[in-house]
Design a protein around this ligand. Sequence first.
Ligand code: ACO
Length: 422
Amino acid sequence: MADTITIIDDRTGKKVTVPITGGTFPSSALRELDPSLFMYDPAYLSTASCASAITYLDGDAGILRYRGYPIEQLAEHSTYLEVAYLLLNGELPTADQLSTWAHSVTHHTMIHENMRKRFVDGFHYDAHPMGMFVSATAALGTFYDDAKDIFDKQSFDKQVLRLIAKVPTIAAMCYRFSQGLPFVLPNNSMPYAQNFLNMMFRIGDDHAIDPVLARAMDVLFILHADHEQNCGTTTMRVVSSANSDPYTSTAAAASALYGPLHGGANEAVVRMLAEIGHIDNVPSFIEGVKNGSGRLMGFGHRVYKNFDPRARIIKQTAYDVFEVTGKNPLLDVALKLEEVALKDEYFVKRKLYPNVDFYSGLIYQALGFPVDMFTVLFAIPRTVGWLAHMQELLGDKEQKISRPRQLYIGSDERNYTPINKR
Ligand code: ACO
């Protein structure tokens, strides 16, 4: 059987045959039939907008791989910084490469004093940390006059390093500001996740971070590092296709992540669990969802229609964390919700399963993060995924500035009516 597809324009009888490669065919084939013909594909449900070698996922089989490595193996054996190197460079680092990379990241974690004193201090006391994070990430680029040199590899790599190193510092700074707590400087003797927890929670001199909790944070960072062409990453690609600098592009991607249907879902899950309050209220809540009074947050995924492999790892990580912190009281509600929903025909029929956000919020809460910091915790590790995609896009000769077409459904031409005649 030929790996081709033939499209016939029934209006003219013209036909075109094009190859099917990796389950895709070039949509430019349509324009061979008629130059004014475009596919109408709201929300890109059937459109691959790029070729990518970074992350593979098969939603039906529940498979997620970074550069070919299964997420389960990376979560068990790797560290976030090693995964970041892998995503950016395509290969796992040697011991020397890893130690140089980790040293470089660690020694770029400081941010300019003016960021805190003049920029962050200007926010209202109760500003949402994600709004602060988005703005501060964009503002960070204004401190580097080489930020725009995106086609100079050395300069681009420098911005990537700065962003990966500094986003935890920005996140912790925004949190400390919102709490009225003094800013804690990065500590160069601590690994990435531990340093972040230290900047977040250190009070006084003798604040030790439990290694189980630091490891859990690192695993969560690994699981969130990339997820191919989701809303935030697509935003990153669209904005950087205009050759914007990595800081403003990252801020744009983080803005997409902020939405409750995307990275904001972990926050929405915990608010939902708190609202349900008790396992006895689960059945009536599920009935409400089925009757259209809202969605079961943390359930469903555009791509995973069987299970989200990250959700399985996170559930295990949750138990590891609760061994140290004590059980999050909302866990029982979450378990009951999962049990009821997975047996309910409404959810089964629509292939709705727990996604990465269903249990991550419970872990964040047990670690001591306030709910409105949750999406920031997603944005920190996703920064490397966004930057890996930006790097790939800039090196892709097939890419141009993103510019989809539209199906115009507005008025035909009509004459301007003076205001006194309307
Ligand atoms: N609760 C109840 N019903 C749902 C849910 C849900 N969580 N998700 C989808 N559905 C229903 C829809 O109402 C629709 O039903 P219908 O066919 O009767 O109209 C059907 O399932 C298909 O839903 P769509 O919205 O078309 O699915 P889509 O792929 O566009 O949406 C999404 C995916 C946005 C993730 C959706 O499942 C959702 O809103 N989930 C809750 C929010 C969430 O957890 N987001 C995090 C996603 S993971 C991430 O971004 C990191």
